[in-house]
Write a protein that binds this ligand. Structure first.
Ligand code: RP5
Length: 153
């Protein structure tokens, strides 16, 4: 995430990664405030076993694009509400990456963060049958919640 102020949104992703028992790390690194440390982190990520990066940021939100420019790992972008433009600025910044350097952009805010974690899980599950089963069980549980929903009399 680009700032500690993004953490509340990213928690929606972290909770799903925990529930699916996916090893993960959460870092605050900014493309404009800590560019050198960001490049250092990205440069060592693949070697440390990182397979997917979720990048969340608000405002101009160049974090995901900068990360994507420095790695071949899949980068999932989560736009965050941080300005009076209510996240539309971040969404357009991420989703409008010029051809050649992709950022797979999710919805604005917590729904996007949760879906980023689930999308990362789906990528990792391609080569992890146990995770595939946990992901299937997670989705079945959500379906059951809908079927069990009780409405007021
Ligand atoms: C972005 O600027 C961050 O991702 C955050 O969403 C936004 C505001 O950051 P703070 O001023 O709250 O640190 O870089």
């Amino acid at each position: 995430m680009g700032s500690k102020s993004d953490y509340d949104v990213l928690l929606a992703a972290i909770e799903i990664l925990r529930a699916l028992e996916i090893p993960h790390e959460a870092r605050v690194l900014s493309a404009h405030r800590t560019p050198d440390q960001l490049f250092e982190y990205i440069g060592t990520a693949e070697g440390r076993g990182v397979q997917v990066i979720i990048a969340a940021a608000g405002g101009a939100a160049h974090l995901a694009g900068v990360i994507a420019a420095k790695t071949l790992l899949p980068v999932l972008g989560v736009p965050v509400v941080a300005t009076p433009l209510n996240g539309l600025d971040s969404l357009l910044s991420m989703v409008q990456m010029p051809r050649g350097i992709p950022v797979a952009t999710l919805a604005i805010g917590k729904p996007g963060a949760a879906n980023a974690a689930l999308f990362a899980a789906a990528i990792l599950a391609l080569k992890d049958p146990a995770l595939h089963d946990r992901l299937a069980a997670w989705r079945a549980a959500r379906a059951q919640e809908v079927l069990d929903a009780k409405l007021p009399e």
